[in-house]
Ligand binder design. Structure first.
Ligand SMILES: Cc1cc2nc3c(=O)[nH]c(=O)nc-3n(C[C@H](O)[C@H](O)[C@H](O)COP(=O)(O)OP(=O)(O)OC[C@H]3O[C@@H](n4cnc5c(N)ncnc54)[C@H](O)[C@@H]3O)c2cc1C
Length: 445
């Protein structure tokens, strides 16, 4: 299992130890490798999958199912043995013979996972408040799902001001916004067995169907017993170049946000944009990358004077006023960017290893109208228990509106346990809903 963007490197490393790439053999996101001259090893199959591969998840679910059902393991083993005896040299008939027991097991597995998939609390939005709510729900023993439209967690602090210092988080005299997000994610990791995180998935709508809510997203459906909305000012989406095929390269070697500078070490990097982030990334990457080219549609940058001064003194190749015209690549990785000088026919093709598009992010709360809850402008109306107008649905953080509301992280952190507690009361009315101390809930090994 690997990060999607490192496949070429992994392929190269495997080739060096005599594994040759056979393609995906018709199964998406599962790359097969063959080998020769490995008599010292047991006969084996080698597949490389990106960590979010559906096929990998299917395999792992099947493995877990077998681990939980030893009686099925014996039956499956017996069928395979029989198939091998009957058809030692006919792979098609061998496969056909064992297909019915496999289908039976997958059916049972499907029913099981569908049942398991109804989680207790689904949180819409992975900003700071959604993250803390997920932690608190985990602490209270709930199964939790966070659905976040971006490819990263952290909401506004991660996207809009990761470098800025925040001074009003309890117990932190000052903390960079990016670090606050890292710590929230770290805190949540304690409950990784009960928290599922779905990134790059936007919640479009939801409705109560029988016992639970069916949540419709840009990728499919989720089932949940309750919902906590922590969607801030709306779903974040990066402003893109708007060029054909761009979506194929996103997160492979095209990035809309930068967290780890060292991933660009030794690379030819092209950055598009003219704001603070674009100029800062160019300055920070200049000593690390092989080359940095900054492309902006105007001659002047909208960045701090000091940063622009540093840029002028650096070796960054600054190209203004140019606009991106065409992105060329192999469908998986972008290879070059064609740019055109404003009010001219002059074009330049910039070969690249990585492309950073720093045009900022937009937010949209357009989905609110499909959620069947009361809202005013783009905020959700809640009572003092954080309940929305629909039973089982709560709102917290910047998304929630009530008399005297302050849109601050600390306020959202306070609202999270209250909403989680109400959700638990809604799902399990028989449970004691008095405050529980984490000092007595968490047992260290
Ligand atoms: C420049 C700046 C400085 C700030 N400084 C401070 C400060 O010093 N102190 C302070 O307390 N506050 C500060 N704030 C405000 C603070 O960042 C917000 O109050 C806080 O981020 C709210 O957190 P949240 O989790 O409610 O929402 P957000 O941080 O907005 O996160 C919401 C998340 O939900 C996701 N989402 C929305 N809709 C959907 C959907 N339909 N499907 C899936 N995902 C969705 C979004 O993509 C986003 O990631 C500052 C804000 C800015 C812009």
């Amino acid at each position: 299992m690997i990060a999607r963007e490192s496949f070429s490197q992994v392929k190269k490393s495997l080739a060096a130890i005599s594994y040759s790439h056979e393609g995906n053999l018709g199964i998406e996101d599962r790359e097969a490798f063959s080998y020769s001259g490995k008599d010292h090893l047991r006969t084996h199959h080698l597949y490389v999958c990106p960590s979010d591969s559906k096929e990998l998840q299917r395999h792992l679910a099947f493995r877990d199912y077998l681990r939980q059902h030893p009686e099925r393991v014996s039956a499956y083993g017996a069928v395979k043995l029989k198939a091998a005896q009957l058809f030692p040299n006919d792979i098609d008939r061998y496969m056909e013979y064992k297909s019915s027991i496999i289908a039976e097991m997958y059916k049972e597995l499907g029913e099981m996972s569908e049942k398991n998939a109804v989680c207790d609390i689904t949180i819409i939005g992975g900003g700071p408040v959604g993250l803390f709510a997920a932690f608190y729900a985990g602490l209270r023993g709930m199964s939790v799902k966070i659905i976040e439209s971006l490819s990263e967690l952290g909401g506004q602090p991660a996207v809009l001001y990761p470098e800025k210092l925040i001074y009003d988080i309890p117990a932190f005299p000052a903390i960079p916004a990016g670090e606050l997000v890292e710590r929230l994610v770290e805190q949540l990791e304690r409950f990784e067995d009960r928290v599922t995180i779905c990134l790059k998935e936007e919640v479009l709508g939801f409705e109560k169907t029988g016992e639970h809510f069916t949540i419709e997203t840009s990728k499919g459906e989720h089932l949940s017993k309750s919902i906590i909305i922590a969607c801030g000012n709306g779903a974040f989406a990066p402003r893109t170049l708007g060029l054909e095929g761009e979506e194929n390269y996103a997160d492979n070697n095209l990035f809309y946000n930068v967290h780890k500078l060292d991933q660009f070490a030794g690379k030819d990097v092209v950055i598009c944009g003219g704001g603070d982030s674009a100029v800062d990334w160019a300055n920070h990457l200049e000593p690390i990358a092989k080359s940095v080219t900054l492309v902006h549609r105007r001659d002047a940058f909208r960045a701090h004077e000091h940063s622009v001064e540093l840029l002028k003194q650096s070796k960054v190749n600054v190209l203004t006023p140019y606009i991106p015209l065409e992105l060329k690549g192999d469908g998986e990785f972008a290879k070059s960017l064609l740019i055109q000088k404003v009010k001219s026919d002059e074009t330049i093709e910039l070969p690249l290893d990585a492309l950073i598009v720093s045009f900022g992010f937009s937010t949209s709360n357009k989905n609110l109208k499909n959620w069947n809850i009361d809202y005013k402008r783009s905020s959700i109306l809640v009572n003092s228990l954080l309940e929305t107008s629909q039973a089982g649905v709560y709102a917290i953080g910047d998304a929630a509106e009530y008399d005297g509301k302050l849109a601050l992280i600390a306020t959202g952190f306070g609202e999270a346990p209250l909403a989680v507690n109400q959700a638990i009361k809604y799902i399990y009315p028989e449970r004691d809903s008095r405050a529980v101390h984490s000092t007595s809930l968490v047992k260290e090994d």
